[in-house]
Ligand binder design. Sequence first.
Ligand code: NDP
Length: 252
Amino acid sequence: MNAAFNLSGKLAIVTGGGSGIGLGIARALAKAGADIALCGRRLSVCETACAEIRQTGVAAEAFRCDVSQQNEVEAMVAAVIERFGRIDILVNNAGIAGAAQPFLDITLEQWRQTIDINLTGMFLCSQAVGRHMVREGHGKIINVASVGSFLPLPCSADYSASKGGVMMLTRAMALELIRHNIQVNAVCPGYITTELKQDTIERVAEKAARKVPAGRIGRSEEVAGVVVFLASSASDYMVGSSVVIDGGIMLK
Ligand code: NDP
């Protein structure tokens, strides 16, 4: 492996890393040598993922945490530091699809839940981990945004607003934190199939693929490779970038 991509000796937190794109990212970071801390609301899901990741030969530990709850985020970050003594990489991946309702039908409760998890959760995790990274003098924060950060999709006002916010939060954090040698960047996936969503996505895959210039849905590994790059020293001069991984959707 090119030394610039080697993450041995680093500790990466992946929020929502027990399943889907987050699990793909955690597997790829582990293959690059990083120890892994996974968090999500379902501890058992994260524990199962950690058991698999340990087979790669790295350490992996599961932590229960709802990223929208400040006390849970602070407790999770403290527990990770106690267990591993360091945090070098934060991947803010935890997210929900949102209400999937026409704009006029979205309830305030649905709106708040989507913003709380997708945007406020990222703010809380980045602040708690960012303070540690400032003390250490280095760090990499990678936010999982979406093509929805740029393109409004039908029935996704809450989701699109949250992901648009994620993109601007990424840029604002990047501007302030680079002086502490912390690089903040985002990845913006298009349609990505994951194990959990296989059935659903396969049902719409043919229709969706027609909208994708690449002619197919993406895979979580195809997002994960970019995240490994953004977590590595190979990307040290990338500050506040949003890397689109969408099979060309944004070209249309
Ligand atoms: P999944 O539903 O497969 O995974 C989401 C993960 O986030 C789960 O592990 C879930 O675990 C966790 N999560 C959800 N809410 C919370 C919370 N409040 N606190 C902590 N963890 C939470 O979705 P994907 O893998 O598809 O999505 C991952 C990210 O990628 C999201 O941010 C999504 O918006 C983004 N994305 C996905 C695309 C796709 O096509 N799949 C396209 C573009 C972006 P638990 O329920 O146990 O908490």
